[in-house]
Design a binder for this molecule. Structure first.
Ligand SMILES: [Zn+2]
Length: 422
């Protein structure tokens, strides 16, 4: 019974149900999900009579498998071999540079594979990793390793890789184009990326990055304004240049902590421009908490989370993701995006984490260049679902360790015993 034909009495989040779905006291009624040949055939309101062969979830929460939109598989699990790490983002970058002497293809492969395995076990089906890229003339050693892993894992986790290139390497337009071509040659799962920060700011270099991506028909994923410097203008400049060049792809802007430090009117005006651009925001609450306002021996005051509610209010697609795991940037983490949402729910004071904000872990369509679905649905999709055996909607994402993961309708993780027909 590891491949159910019917999941009955499933509690789906409100965002995944049509507007006319029946509710009781404002709470969506339970669902009956029919699965055929590994795909969801239908989602209907559950009725009193349950077919005897159905799995009875008895109100258990379910979500589509996760997208973890921003990770660093190349750096993961490097912390144990490091000595003292200076506080803050720039201190972590220095520690990472010193660790590079240990990097071999075998070392990167072992650590990245461990990360993919953990992602797979928690219910992630789509994971995007950044890969540090330091030299203009040579492809970093971790880059082809990640391309191999993308192939090896293709039937389990869809892996995308982003070139994390510091902005000054795009200062020269011809070099920017060479970098974009190298990324393009990697395959359709590769994206052009850059590290945009006030310490390396150049509008010319950012423009070259965006123009070269457009010329090579590449999507883009940037680390932007990961700082509390109110004068950081990476996000607003990105939105303006995308408009000027008529960019057709999708741009993910990660972090954008600086919005939290800027005068409110300026930050909101930037978000208004972002809402008119093909930009998806990715918030990384764990690393922001650890790296922003970080001074040894002093309690942090400013918490660095970007303006997630204001972004959502403007219809800007917004995802939460894991970012760094057990490396100098973040000592904790487990490649489980539910952890990121648990952190965000507290630091950003999110209402209805399950019924509303859980879509920030599931909306893979928000990473694609096509317009996102107006009303997401399970119907017609692969039956890739995470069933929570112990959580309820009030406490979620607490008590989410108990999970049953279905991939194409089959159990790949967890014990479905509580759901089986008796
Ligand atoms: Zn990152």
């Amino acid at each position: 019974m590891s491949a159910p034909a019917l999941l009955d009495n499933v509690r789906l989040p409100r965002w995944l149900l049509p507007a006319d779905w029946p509710q009781r006291d404002g709470v969506p009624e339970l669902a009956r999900i029919a699965i055929e040949a590994g795909r969801v055939r239908s989602v209907q309101p559950a009725t009193a009579e349950s077919p005897p062969s159905a799995w009875n979830l008895d109100g258990a929460l379910a979500l589509p498998c996760f997208v973890d939109a921003h990770t660093h598989l190349d750096k993961a699990f490097t912390l144990p071999r490091m000595k003292q790490v200076q506080p803050g983002l720039l201190g972590a970058i220095d520690a990472m540079l010193a660790d590079r002497v240990h990097w071999t293809p075998a070392d990167v492969r072992e650590r990245a594979s461990r990360g993919l395995q953990w992602a797979w076990e928690c219910g992630t089906s789509h994971l995007r990793t950044h890969v540090d890229w330091w030299e203009p003339e040579s492809v970093p050693m971790a880059w082809p390793v990640m391309a191999e892993l993308a192939q090896e894992w293709a039937s389990r986790v869809r892996l995308e890789q982003v070139s994390l290139i510091k902005l000054p390497l795009f200062e020269d337009a011809a070099q920017a184009m060479r970098l974009a071509r190298q990324v393009k040659a990697t395959g359709p799962h590769a994206l052009l990326g850059g590290f945009v920060h006030s310490t390396n700011w150049s509008e010319n270099a950012l423009r070259n990055l965006l123009v070269s991506a457009q010329a090579c028909d590449l999507d883009i994923d940037l680390h932007v304004d990961e700082e509390l410097n109110a004068s950081a203008v990476g996000l607003q400049t990105t939105a303006r240049i995308l408009n000027e060049i008529g960019y057709q792809g999708r741009v993910v802007c990660g972090h954008i902590c600086a919005l939290a430090a800027q005068p409110e009117a300026q930050a909101l005006a930037t978000l208004d421009a972002v809402a008119r651009a093909p930009i998806t925001v990715v918030s990384l609450p764990a690393t922001n908490l650890l790296l922003q306002d970080a001074v040894t021996g002093r309690t942090p005051r400013l918490r660095g989370i970007t303006l997630v509610k204001e972004a959502r209010e403007r219809g800007i697609p917004l995802l939460f993701a894991s970012d760094n795991v057990q490396d100098p940037f973040c000592r904790v983490g487990s490649f489980d995006p539910v952890e990121a949402l648990g952190t965000a729910a507290l630091v950003a004071q999110l209402d209805e984490p399950f019924d509303d904000w859980s879509q920030a872990l599931c909306r893979g369509d928000w990473l694609r260049r096509e317009a996102p679905a107006a009303q997401p649905t399970l119907v017609g999709q692969g039956a890739d679902l995470v069933l929570f055996t112990q959580a309820d909607r009030h406490g979620w994402p607490s008590r989410t360790a108990g999970r049953v993961v279905l991939r194409e309708g089959r159990v790949t993780q967890g014990d479905p015993a509580p759901f089986l027909p008796r």
